[in-house]
Ligand binder design. Structure first.
Ligand code: IMP
Ligand code: MG
Length: 169
């Protein structure tokens, strides 16, 4: 669906947007494990601001392809977020259930600002009305893997983003 060159160019643009929006300020990137780790590492390296990382882990009950809507925290953030500029970094925004859960959780820490960066957005699948502030690519309803994203924990290391053929699902 997207080559490594297309991804790199778009991530650079998102990083420039973030750098412009937070000019002169410091940031904490909070990546959602494990799918967002590669996106976070590329994004953060292109934002030339004082920044740090943290990670949050969630798992949703359900099968590999679809989240059931019930989200469970598997790892909390480790740094204080009170008064910080937080960028939540997601691989893909699908139904919006995970992001809705995470936004509520992070807002309880009272950050100065909470923004969401997602590499991919499957807008047509949304069940919860939630939006990301920085979106890499809007994509149709297809199951994708690579660049951190998995199917049953496989394919995360593919450098490009590929559509998983439906017969493999
Ligand atoms: P949501 O709660 O339905 O928005 O789920 C978002 C999460 O589902 C993402 O962070 C991914 O982990 C996973 N997900 C949704 N669609 C895909 C896909 O096409 N490939 C890989 N993971 C996906
Ligand atoms: Mg994920």
């Amino acid at each position: 669906m997207f080559t490594r060159e297309q991804i790199a160019a778009r991530v650079q643009e998102l990083a420039s947007d973030i750098q412009r929006d937070f000019n002169g300020q410091s940031l904490i990137f909070v990546g959602v494990l494990k799918g967002a780790t590669i996106f976070l590492s590329d994004l953060a390296r292109n934002v030339r601001l004082d920044s740090t990382f943290d990670f949050i882990g969630v798992s949703s009950y359900g099968n590999n392809q679809h989240s059931s809507g019930e989200v469970r925290l598997t790892k909390d953030v480790e740094q204080p977020l009170l008064g910080r500029n937080v960028i939540l970094v997601e691989d893909i925004l699908d139904t919006g259930l995970t992001l809705t859960y995470l936004k509520k959780l992070l807002l309880a820490h009272q950050p100065a600002c909470l923004k969401v960066a997602t590499l991919l957005d499957k807008e047509c699948r949304r069940l919860q009305a939630v939006k990301a502030d920085y979106v890499g690519f809007k994509i149709p309803d297809e199951f994708v893997v690579g660049y951190g994203m998995d199917y049953a924990e496989k394919y995360r290391n593919l450098p490009d983003i590929r559509v998983l053929p439906p017969e493999l699902l």
